[in-house]
Design a binder for this molecule. Structure first.
Ligand code: MOS
Length: 702
């Protein structure tokens, strides 16, 4: 036994840059990812995906494959265990039937999982999977996404499909200046560096899953429901995660691994290939968006109308809620917003990098730039003239809205006042130069979480929480939060995450991870400090307390709660080749208290790079004839690389959520929002031509 002291001196780790606590493990390869954890007796599963885009499986010719070296089993709809799909999961939705593999003979899209071949080695499983013959009764499919689709429907997703305020048509008719434009964004894919991977093992009725995910709690809940298990008998670990971008919830490979492990009574690992990720990991739907703005001559908005159409599968309604951003950004006398979807023979889309706001802000913020031009107003001035003092549609008060400060600080740092507003008049040799700006916002929420903290006998503290660090630096942020909350230096804090045994916790998603978990860590710290008296003896097993923020987050006042940002971009356009080079990017954010400036900068600039990538590169072409994505790999699907990323700077203004115990709002996704519009607005400023379809490819410039 030893004695401990909780010092009285303020340490203030929050707000000071701290390197990643697991950084050394990551760069030396000591950090193990889900597909790398060694396991005795491990068998390997390889998914077989449909080669037709619609139809029925007539026959799966398993006999020859079962004779191949090392092959242990072929699971398919004829022999797989039943799973239950009639439930509402942690995220408040029914599971995407795509996860419930091998339950019937229908094929609703190309790349639908039809079988899992399990073998002694990964190579044997792959060879056998590629040899498996499947006969289909193929039916005509439709993957063509069109604004004229008569089957487009309103679906309330995580937000209402439609909002209406005031008399839109009357305000438009009475407006001095009207902008009525259509924008499109393409199908986009997540492509985290680490492919999806899961290893399942059954041990006397208990299931262990080593997995790459954005929430162990989410995976436990859905897997338990799918297999009819007591959640207490499911244990999910995901210590390190190499990116998620929204794609790492519960998906087909985990379910297939769990099934195979049960059937074979041995551990089974299933890893997706990059190519398989293009149909099994979810994606961002393409969008077609119409924005109508009506304004007085001085730029004050009378009417704001934003309508978005997205695409989903025939088995699951996922809405890309692009029009949602128009409900919070700017004031207008009349507002109309709506999100609709069409069902086509494609995989189900899912959340991806700023879902809704990322494509929605492209349309809204580009349309505002067009309005500024028509009004002869500076684009920043136009936005400031339409700053709302309460939620423009909800009427709710703002928790804190510092968008104005972002624009003012950004304009000063970018040198906006030296900008000549005329388009197409600046040259640097063969390059036309231009600059553009756009506003950004992203919802700031919190999810219930539990944390435990143990005051150890050696004077250190162990924090346990089922958080997921998907590359954001969450583990490090929680170390800083715990150090301040316990008033001790960071080297006395040990944070353990990625383990469902630590109790339920919110997801690493919706920009809510660090905020939700910090809340629980702060609450547990307060309780522990009440238990610890200076000089008291700590028993060998330590003193452990547990927090649960379910009631605290439920009591958050209903307010408009968002992070904000102002994006600034300078581009050079070569009118001979159509090449667009981004030369300079600046993002200024008001995103709550910044816990770790070092990793926060990485997250903001990372988000801005997603935006650059969205503006100029990312696009999955879907072939109408065979129904699948063309070039489903990192050679065919372009993401921004180092050579594309110019001088880029992210910073923030003072901003605090007054109702959060640490003042946090959330920084995960606001970095991407508005970037594509800022690039498009800069391309217009360079060339005098509006580009309303992403990505702004060279052939579109010409
Ligand atoms: Mo993010 S798309 O909410 O993981």
């Amino acid at each position: 036994m030893t004695t401990t002291t909780v010092t009285a001196a303020p340490v203030r780790a929050v707000g000071r840059g701290h390197v990643r606590v697991e950084g050394r493990d990551k760069v030396t390869g000591a950090a193990r990812y889900a597909g790398e954890v060694p396991f005795a007796g491990l068998a390997h599963g390889w998914l077989v995906l449909s080669s037709v885009a619609r139809g029925r499986i007539e026959e799966i010719v398993t006999a020859p494959v079962l004779e191949m070296p090392g092959v242990l089993a072929v699971l398919h709809h004829g022999n797989a265990p039943h799973v239950e799909t009639d439930f509402v999961g942690m995220m408040g939705t029914r599971p995407d039937p795509t996860c419930a593999v091998f339950q019937h003979d229908r094929v609703p899209h190309l790349g639908w999982p039809v079988a899992l071949v399990v073998a002694e080695t990964s190579e044997q499983a792959r060879e056998a999977a590629e040899s498996l013959v499947v006969h289909y009764d193929e039916q005509p499919h439709d993957v063509e996404f069109s604004a004229e689709d008569p089957d487009a429907r309103h679906v309330d997703g995580h937000m209402p499909a439609v909002t209406d305020k005031g008399d839109l048509e009357a305000e438009l008719a009475a407006s001095a200046v009207v902008v009525d434009v259509e924008y499109t964004t393409p199908e986009e894919h997540h492509n985290p560096m680490e492919p999806h991977a899961a290893m399942a093992r059954w041990d006397e009725g208990r299931l262990e899953l080593i997995d790459s995910n954005q929430s162990a709690t989410w995976v436990v809940g859905d897997i338990a429901q799918l297999f009819g298990l007591d959640p207490a008998s499911v244990h999910v670990r995901s210590e390190h995660v190499g990116g998620g971008f929204g794609s790492k919830g519960v998906r087909a490979h985990q379910v297939a691994a769990v099934m195979a492990a049960r059937v074979l009574q041995r551990p089974v690992r299933v890893v997706l290939t990059r190519r398989q990720m293009f149909t099994l990991a979810g994606h961002r739907s393409p969008t077609i968006q119409r924005v109508r703005l009506g304004a007085e001559a001085d730029g004050r908005l009378r009417a704001l109308d934003h309508r978005s159409l997205s695409r989903t599968s025939t088995v699951y309604d996922f809405v890309e809620p692009s029009a949602g951003v128009a409900r919070v950004m700017y004031d207008a006398d009349a507002h109309h917003t709506e999100n609709r979807v069409v069902r086509l023979d494609v995989p189900s889309p899912t959340w991806m990098r700023g879902p809704g706001e990322a494509p929605g802000s492209f349309a809204l913020e580009a349309a505002l730039d067009e309005l500024a031009e028509k009004c002869g107003l500076d684009p920043i001035e136009l936005r400031l003239r339409n700053e709302p003092d309460k939620g423009p549609v909800s009427g709710l008060p703002f928790a804190a809205r510092n968008l104005r400060a972002c624009f003012e600080e950004g304009a000063r740092r970018f040198g906006w006042d030296r900008r000549d507003p005329r388009p197409g008049v600046r040259r640097d040799g063969r390059w036309l130069l231009g600059s553009g700006t756009a506003g950004a916002s992203f919802q700031a929420g919190a999810l219930p979480s539990t944390a435990t903290i143990t005051a150890e006998a050696d004077g250190t503290f162990t924090v346990r929480i089922a958080a997921a660090d998907i590359g954001t630096g969450a583990r490090t942020a929680l170390t800083l939060v715990a150090a301040d909350a316990l008033d001790v230096p960071t080297d006395r804090i040990r944070v353990r995450i990625g383990d469902s045994a630590f109790g339920p916790a919110g997801i690493a998603g919706g920009s809510m991870g660090t905020r939700s978990w910090s809340w629980a860590v702060t609450a547990a710290s307060s309780e522990l400090r009440e238990r610890l008296v200076p000089g008291m003896e700590i028993p060998a097993q330590g003193i452990t307390v547990r927090s649960d923020t379910t009631e605290a987050v439920a009591a958050l006042a209903r307010k408009e709660r968002h992070s904000y940002g102002a994006q600034f971009v300078e581009v050079a356009v070569d009118p001979a080749t159509g090449e667009v080079r981004v030369r300079r990017m600046l993002g200024i954010f008001a995103a709550g208290r910044i816990v770790n400036p070092l990793t926060a900068k990485g997250q903001f600039t990372g988000g801005m790079i997603w935006g650059l990538s969205m503006a100029l590169h990312e696009e999955a072409a879907r072939d109408a004839y065979f129904g699948g994505p063309v070039g489903a790999d990192l050679a065919g699907y372009h993401v921004a690389t180092h050579a594309d990323v110019p001088h880029i700077e992210a910073d923030w203004v003072e901003d605090v959520d007054p109702e959060d115990p640490v003042g946090i709002k959330g920084i995960g996704e606001v970095g991407i929002v508005g970037v594509a519009a800022a690039v498009a607005n800069a391309v217009w400023h360079a060339t005098g031509v509006r580009h309303r379809s992403l990505p702004i490819r060279p052939d579109r410039i010409l």
